[in-house]
Design a protein around this ligand. Structure first.
Ligand SMILES: Cc1ncc(COP(=O)(O)O)c(C=O)c1O
Length: 385
């Protein structure tokens, strides 16, 4: 069982309102105090000597931060560039690929909604076709999933875009097998790992995607606006930043054109990127991988309680769950249910419609306890009766 004393201790290290049972780390993360302090320190340093900071200091500081992040993610720091969020990163990539009529981009119906809009629009603009593999619930096995997904691949498929952990359905997808399949067919893989860093151990080099984006501001507990784009070396010169600025002709440093073009996007606040090593320190100092295993057990045991009292089947096998799970609920008005959970029980949690069903998704991280989850189960039972 979870060492409760230890977990309670960690809630004190966050700025979260102690009166609220916070079960929505998945949407926007939450930062420990040490990370917030470090962000403030960097901002103070910028304001003490802005010219020195932006003209001289920033690029070596970014290089150090990327190096630390690369070590954490299992790739070279120079193959990563910081982005404010995965949405920006996927937009930059999608617009860079020079898709054309006859090309197909293959996604799934579990795609994050904003990025569904992105691919639809980019395909509309370029004449390519955006195809969403329909992976109905429940998903019973990896083989079943892969058979359905691969049945949508054609000789026109140029790109596969897939979530590593899905947003609404909160499942770990078998991206390893998909990447290997795509590599044999020269299909570009773009993995949306928004939820993965700090949630699952990740080694990008071993996984071998062409392109991978992840948020540092979610499960790594880094400041909002810190995320990354990884591009394998052979594709780097094809991926353009959203903004053309200094660095365009490679004049900023001796490293790659990729870094030159992406790092300077006009004057902006880059301090969240510099805090990433402090967030990694927090994760490592607090045994994040062991805690993640414990949290996953708690996610599964909580799901079992829901399945039993709602008398429903699981949406996916237990080992497809990380530190989040989605539970379908027999309700018509998700917003009202969410409002009641907050108003009556002070529980912060997303409740939403997905395809033809209504569901809630709970997240479990450093500061959650078994009691938080029990409180949720009791509250849902009471509201449904
Ligand atoms: C799977 C997935 N991809 C992408 C995103 C976008 O993240 P951001 O808003 O930080 O760009 C999210 C956000 O929750 C997500 O769940």
């Amino acid at each position: 069982m979870i060492p409760l004393a230890l977990l309670e201790n960690l809630k004190n290290q966050f700025l979260l309102d102690p009166d609220i049972t916070f079960l929505n780390h998945g949407s926007f993360g939450a930062c420990p105090k040490t990370v917030c302090d470090n962000l403030q320190d960097w901002q103070n340093r910028v304001e003490k000597e802005p010219v020195q900071f932006f003209e001289t200091d920033i690029f070596p500081l970014l290089a150090d931060s990327r190096k630390a992040l690369g070590k954490f993610l299992g790739c070279e720091g120079d193959d990563l560039v910081y982005y404010p969020n995965p949405t920006h990163a996927v937009n930059a990539v999608a617009r860079s690929l020079k898709l054309k009529a006859g090309d197909e981009v293959l996604g799934t119906n579990h795609i994050y909604g904003a990025l569904d809009f992105t691919w639809q629009q980019v395909c509309k603009d370029t004449g390519a076709e955006f195809i969403k593999a329909d992976l109905p619930l429940p998903i019973n096995s990896k083989d079943e999933f892969l058979n359905i997904f691969f049945s949508y691949v054609s000789n026109k498929t140029r790109v596969i875009f897939i979530s590593h952990i899905t947003s609404m359905t909160a499942m770990i997808f078998p991206v390893n097998e998909i990447i290997q399949f795509a590599r044999q067919r020269d299909i570009i893989t773009i993995i949306d790992g928004a939820h993965v860093p700090g949630h699952l151990p990740l080694n990008i080099t071993e996984l071998g995607p062409d392109i991978y984006t992840g948020a540092c501001h979610k499960w790594m507990c880094a400041p909002k606006g810190s995320s990354f784009l990884y591009v394998k070396k052979s594709l780097q010169n094809e991926i353009m930043p959203p903004v053309i600025s200094w660095g365009w002709e490679g004049e900023l440093s001796k490293t790659s054109l990729f870094l030159n073009r992406h790092e300077w996007q006009g004057t902006r606040d880059m301090t969240p990127f510099l805090v990433v090593p402090e967030a990694i320190k927090f994760l490592n100092d607090n045994n994040w991988q062991e805690r993640s295993q414990l949290n996953r057990k708690l996610v599964v045991s909580t799901r079992n309680q829901f399945l039993e009292f709602l008398n429903i089947e699981p949406l996916c096998p237990d080992d497809w769950l990380g530190q989040m799970a989605t539970i379908e609920l027999p309700i018509d008005d998700p917003l009202e249910f969410k409002r009641s959970l907050m108003a009556n029980y002070k529980i912060q949690i997303p409740v939403f419609s997905w395809e033809n069903s209504t569901a809630l998704r709970y997240s479990v991280h450093f500061y959650n306890t078994e009691e938080d989850l029990n409180r949720l189960v009791v509250a849902v039972k009471e509201l449904l009766h």
